[in-house]
Write a new protein. Structure first.
Length: 168
């Protein structure tokens, strides 16, 4: 109990310990979001929901800003839903076991600035499930088509995943 009090006191006064604790929490968050954790629990599901919501909100903000600059659109509201978050692909070293015909996959580890991490081959952007746009100019077929084309190009989605309507 005494050690806990000492730790709390150090945490209040020492910035290094605060940074260390923050780095530890950030590392745990990276494990959860990159799929490094073995077991999924309720708290990680809540964290993923919050991350998904933050990604959707960021995309909505960017698309709203983009569409607001288009002639004839006027006021605009955007809703984006995301199918999946970023997906990471890591390099693996594949070795065969010889006579036993057993293969073993080990991740390739690299050291960057003194920190060991897996060698990332690619990062896939979040996959957008659908986009709904409501704008003042949505009554015009020309504006609807322009908005749809712009959203498709900006987010890399098919036109069937974009719906544009008139804002009341």
């Amino acid at each position: 109990m005494e050690r806990w009090r000492e730790f709390k006191e150090k945490l209040k006064n020492d910035k290094k310990i605060k940074l260390l604790l923050l780095a530890f929490i950030a590392g745990l968050a990276l494990l959860v979001f990159t799929g490094g954790g073995e077991k999924k629990n309720a708290s990680s599901a809540v964290d993923l929901y919050e991350v998904r919501s933050a990604v959707e909100a960021a995309l909505e903000k960017r698309v709203t800003a983009l569409l607001s600059s288009v002639d004839g659109v006027g006021r605009v509201k955007v809703l984006v839903t995301v199918e999946r978050l970023e997906a990471f692909s890591y390099a693996q070293d594949v070795s065969s076991g010889g006579a036993s015909d057993r293969t073993e996959n080990d991740y390739v580890i690299v050291e960057v600035n003194g920190e060991k991490t897996g060698l990332t081959l690619s990062v896939a952007s979040p996959e957008v499930r659908g986009v709904a746009v409501s704008c003042e100019g949505g009554g015009s077929a020309r504006v609807r088509q322009e908005v749809s084309n712009l959203v498709c190009a900006a987010l890399g989605v098919n036109a069937s995943r974009v719906y544009v309507s008139k804002l009341n």
